[in-house]
Ligand binder design. Structure first.
Ligand code: PLP
Length: 390
């Protein structure tokens, strides 16, 4: 960044792409219309929203009519999960999620179970990979919904969504996928994946905060969550966030192109980070070595707090995260790493390094030097004082 800060917390949020900012500024300046108004100013706003819908549909291989704009992925996930259960309520009420889902999915699961829905939680192995035998066993109980993530926000581990979806749909379940962390790193095609619903978040792929997407396959049995004046074809009430929607459209187009080049760049950054950090003693990289999205490295340092490393590195202008940003706010350790069986002495030492397309090799090299120094410094401290020190 221009002030020398090295930002390696892109799984928490990304900087809006310049083309996104430019398009949004234009809308904020002269595109204030309400897309529901039938005069020219409203029509211009509607035109912009529909343009963005086409761009987002293009990113994931969907029809434009299958794209619903929301305020964030958390809203999309709430809509997907609660909407499917609501639509099927009379028949079945069993939902399957995995033990490594984002809090947005977990907490909707908890809410559903407090209302009498049975929620099964599928385990993962030590690499964070889903147990497919348990999936088959659980599918035999006839869930109405299976909600899984495409790429994990803490470790980057990829779920074989197409295979899960095939088995789940054979068992009669509707499938929702949280694809928030996969945009621009994996080709996302709703036909190849075979899913019914899919959630995205603008701020994770260089669009602004306050805008998300829910793909709802034509014919999927789901009910709206935010009910209002019939916007988004009656699937999400509330006047559309036109600047945000324009922004997510531009970002979707940008991220949909050049995926291979981006993957190669992120892959070489990942390899460089791992090589440097594995040179530190008592360290482990979490998540399958193969089968992760490039650009995310989750590393644990034995015996020290990840948040202490993050705070020490922040003093030197390197922005990292201890596990996930959401977990950091209410830090009690990572449920993802716990589900993977990471040993206790490593569990609280997690640091997540997450890159984006503009991250440079020089930045990750400098960040690794800072992390190495931080770990060495923290290890010289008395453990009883080091934890709350920084
Ligand atoms: N799902 C995953 C995998 C995430 O990483 C996040 C955000 O961290 C969310 C869902 C929630 O996204 P939003 O901030 O748009 O609600």
């Amino acid at each position: 960044m221009s002030d020398g800060t090295i930002y390696l917390d892109n799984n928490a949020t990304t900087r809006p792409h310049p083309s996104v900012v430019e398009a949004m500024n234009q809308v904020l300046g002269d595109g204030f219309g309400n897309p529901s108004s039938i005069h020219g100013i409203g029509e211009a706003a509607r035109h912009r929203v529909e343009g963005a819908r086409a761009q987002v549909a293009g990113l994931i291989g969907a029809r434009e009519t299958e794209i619903v704009f929301t305020s964030c992925a958390t809203e999309s996930i709430n809509t997907a999960m609660r909407g499917v259960v609501d639509a099927a309520r009379a028949e079945r009420s069993r939902v399957l999620i995995t033990s490594v889902e984002h809090e947005a999915v977990h907490d909707v699961g908890t809410w559903l179970s407090s209302r009498g829905v049975e929620v099964g939680v599928l385990p993962v192995d030590g690499d964070g990979v889903l147990d497919m035998d348990r999936l088959d066993a659980e599918l035999a109980h006839g869930p109405v919904l299976v909600s899984i993530m495409l790429a994990n926000n803490e470790t980057g581990v990829i779920t074989p969504v197409a295979e899960v979806a095939r088995r789940a749909r054979d068992a009669g379940a509707t499938v929702h996928v949280d694809a928030v962390q996969a945009v621009g790193k994996l080709v996302i095609d709703v036909e190849t994946l075979g899913v019914d619903l899919l959630s995205l978040s603008g701020h994770k792929f260089h669009a602004p905060k306050g805008v998300g997407v829910l793909f709802v396959r034509r014919g999927a049995r789901s009910r709206p969550f935010v009910i209002g004046a019939g916007q988004e074809g009656g699937r999400r009430g509330g006047t559309e966030n036109v600047p945000g929607i324009v922004g997510i459209g531009v970002a979707a187009e940008h991220m949909g192109s050049g995926i291979e080049g981006r993957r190669t760049h992120l892959g070489s950054l990942t390899a460089a980070i791992e090589e440097r950090l594995l040179a530190i003693s008592d360290v482990r990289i979490n998540g399958a070595r193969e089968g992760r999205v490039p650009g995310t490295v989750n590393v644990c340092f034995k015996g020290i707090e990840g948040s202490a490393v993050v705070l020490t590195a922040a003093r030197e202008g390197v922005c990292l995260s201890a596990g996930s940003a959401c977990a950091a706010a209410q830090y009690g350790g990572s449920h993802v790493l716990e589900a993977m069986g990471v040993p206790f002495e490593y569990l609280h030492g997690a640091v997540r390094i997450s890159c984006c397309e503009t991250t440079t090799m020089a930045e990750v090299e400098r960040a690794c030097e800072v992390i190495t120094r931080s770990v060495a410094y923290l290890r010289t401290m008395d453990p009883s004082t080091s934890l709350g020190e920084s």
